[in-house]
Design a protein around this ligand. Structure first.
Ligand code: PHE
Length: 520
């Protein structure tokens, strides 16, 4: 499967920027700040950091190791390590069938039960390659709604510079948001612009497209957020916002909050979707996966915290309400920036939404690239036609989210099908898709990846992939090199325990919680 021609990253820095670009997205700038605010501030941040280190990092290492060792897309990677594991995959499939029967018997959710049964049957037939296929498919599905939200952000960036965001009242803000989000045509224009940019970047390949774009976009993003943090923290009354965001309040932290932190760690690091398998497969063998991963995790977490520090102090200083949840971004923030002293609201808004656009675009690029690598590896298509086909087809699927972001008016037949599978449908199509993907599918995929690497491929083989010895540069007589080997030994040993036991157990717990199977 692995082709000798596989394109590689030009530099470790480029790889780190691309992976951080995938990780840093709407989850950091929008989701993290508000779930932190709602779950005990600093207490939640501490738990989140724990989750990132205990689960996020080990699973990230597992994905990178799988990608690099196989030099393949997600399907190829799972296939690559499967030989000899037919018995294990048949056992998995059997467990899946029993699980399906249990779900049907106890929760009477026949939709979910049939999906589990179908997947188990596919695993019986095709082995673990099904997991890889599932990863790529989910990446495409996520991109189909992420593109709509990304499109709104592009429209907001445009509006901030053309004077469309100059209001200070939340009623006008509400109006504008409703006008954009409920108008399928406007959402479609934004979505198409977003998809075109992602397609354009992937069109030029790994080094000249994804890597180059990330190396430019990510530093700009960090500079923008730093400027906004400084502006926000120097406002009179900013302290209350810092308190709200970071002062630990353990009374406000529930078990639910802990599990939410776990789920968010997955979402934020782009785990469980084969993106990092794909990015790992573009790594040459002499790069140190461990240090690069630590760096990616650090960038992702730092940006999430900086985003909170840019948002909450400003919201508090301007006397706005922070408890808006998801709508904070589109409704409260524009008013907040406009009421800041100096009449530079358009500039702060512009900077904020460009920052968001960059964050959303680099994540979208990684999602598309995951599909491109799968398509080029398993069909005769070359990169460019593959990019065009995927950009067009995902845009077509994204029409469902663009027209179904506010109401089900246009999608009634789909609603009926979803009601049958999910039991009941509460939010809009876009909300439901986001809910299913981030709360069910990502943790489930992550669980599969951790179990696969820990038990099927074998943690010790995975661990070997994490070691780096640079041919010709490192030598065993050098004390510095020996210290490095010692440090690698310890960290890799710790990793094997995490990937085999701790990560799967905790992810399983999150999954059962997210899917509503266990409650607190
Ligand atoms: N990690 C991205 C974020 O924080 C979201 C994302 C999830 C992107 C999955 C790609 C894949 O917003």
């Amino acid at each position: 499967m692995a082709t000798a021609k596989r394109e590689h990253w030009g530099s470790t820095w480029g790889f780190i920027m691309a992976a951080a670009g995938s990780a840093i997205g709407l989850g950091n700038v929008w989701r993290f700040p508000y779930i932190t605010g709602m779950n005990g501030g600093g207490a939640f941040v501490l738990v989140y950091l724990g989750c990132i280190l205990l689960i996020g990092l080990p699973v990230m290492l597992a994905e990178f190791a799988m990608g690099r060792a196989s030099q393949s897309d997600p399907i190829g990677a799972f296939k690559h390590f499967s030989p000899g594991s037919e018995l294990i995959s048949k056992c998995f499939s059997g467990v899946g069938l029993v699980l399906a029967a249990l779900i049907a018997a106890f929760s009477h959710n026949f939709g979910l039960a049939s999906i589990v049964a179908l997947v188990s049957a596919a695993v019986w037939k095709w082995g673990f390659a099904v997991a890889g296929f599932f990863c790529s498919l989910v990446a495409m599905l996520i991109l189909s709604y992420y593109a709509v939200i990304g499109g709104w952000i592009l429209i907001y960036s445009w509006e901030s510079f053309s004077g469309g965001l100059s209001f200070t009242g939340t009623a006008e803000a509400e109006n504008l948001f409703v006008n954009i989000a409920t108008n399928g045509w406007i959402s479609t224009i934004g979505m198409l612009a977003y998809m075109l940019i992602c397609g354009f970047v992937c069109f030029f390949g790994v080094k000249k497209g994804v890597e180059l774009a990330s190396k430019i976009m990510m530093p700009v993003l960090f500079v923008l957020i730093l400027v906004l943090v400084v502006r926000s923290l120097t406002l009179p009354g900013a302290n209350a916002g810092v308190q709200f965001f970071l002062a630990p309040d353990f009374n406000n932290l529930s078990v639910k909050g802990v599990l939410e932190a776990l789920g968010h760690a997955f979402y934020s690091l782009s785990l469980g979707m084969g993106i990092l398998i794909t990015y790992g497969s573009y790594l040459p063998r002499d790069r140190n996966i461990f240090t690069s991963s630590l760096f990616v995790v650090l960038c992702d977490t730092l940006l999430a915290i900086l985003a909170g520090l840019a948002i909450f102090p400003a919201v508090f200083a301007m006397g706005m309400s922070p408890e808006q949840g998801p709508s904070l971004l589109f409704k409260v923030l524009p008013c907040t920036f406009n009421s800041m002293p100096g009449s530079l609201g358009w500039l702060w808004n512009g900077m904020f939404f460009i920052l968001m656009s960059l964050a959303a675009l680099t994540s979208g690029i990684s999602l598309l690239e995951c599909g491109v690598s799968t398509l080029t590896q398993h069909t005769k298509l070359q990169r460019r036609p593959a990019v065009i086909i995927l950009t067009v087809s995902i845009s077509l699927v994204a029409l469902l989210s663009a027209f179904g972001a506010a109401s089900w008016k246009y999608l009634m037949p789909l609603k009926n099908v979803m009601e049958r599978v999910l039991g009941s449908v509460k939010g809009s199509f876009l909300d439901e898709l986001d809910y299913i993907c981030s709360n069910w599918i990502l943790p489930l995929d992550g669980l599969i990846i951790a179990l696969f690497v820990g038990w099927v491929w074998g943690a010790s083989k995975g661990a070997k992939e994490l070691y780096t010895v640079r041919q010709g540069k490192d030598n065993y007589n050098d004390a510095k090199f020996l210290r490095k080997v010692f440090a690698q030994n310890i960290s890799v040993t710790v990793w094997t325990y995490f990937v085999r036991f701790i990560a799967p157990l905790l992810v399983l717990l999150t999954f059962l919680f997210s899917a509503g199977i266990i409650k607190f």
